[in-house]
Design a binder for this molecule. Structure first.
Ligand SMILES: [Zn+2]
Length: 93
């Protein structure tokens, strides 16, 4: 049995950089059945849910511009997605 690829989903706010994920993995998997496997990274966009109207919209909190709900212009919101990091699929032969 050998691991061919591993699909992971990483939120847009995660500090994990794609090439480092592969590099760490190559190091950690040396000598295991996962050695040589390719890491496929899917980025999940950062989205917020408006506390006022419930609208979910994409936004990048790292920009300096204030984030307002595009529907009701409220500034009260909760992070909906963006901090995920999980394995979605492992391909094995
Ligand atoms: Zn709103």
């Amino acid at each position: 049995m050998k691991v061919i690829s591993i699909s992971v989903r990483i939120g847009g706010l995660s500090d994990l950089v794609n090439e480092w994920v592969q590099r760490y993995f190559d190091h950690l998997s040396r000598g295991t059945i996962a050695e040589g496997a390719v890491i496929r990274i899917e980025r999940i966009p950062t989205t917020f849910r408006c506390d006022e109207c419930g609208h979910v919209f994409p936004a990048d909190p790292r920009t300096r511009e204030a984030i307002l709900c595009p529907l009701c212009a409220s500034a009260e919101m909760t992070l909906a997605t963006g901090r995920e990091c999980f394995v979605q699929q492992i391909e094995v032969v």
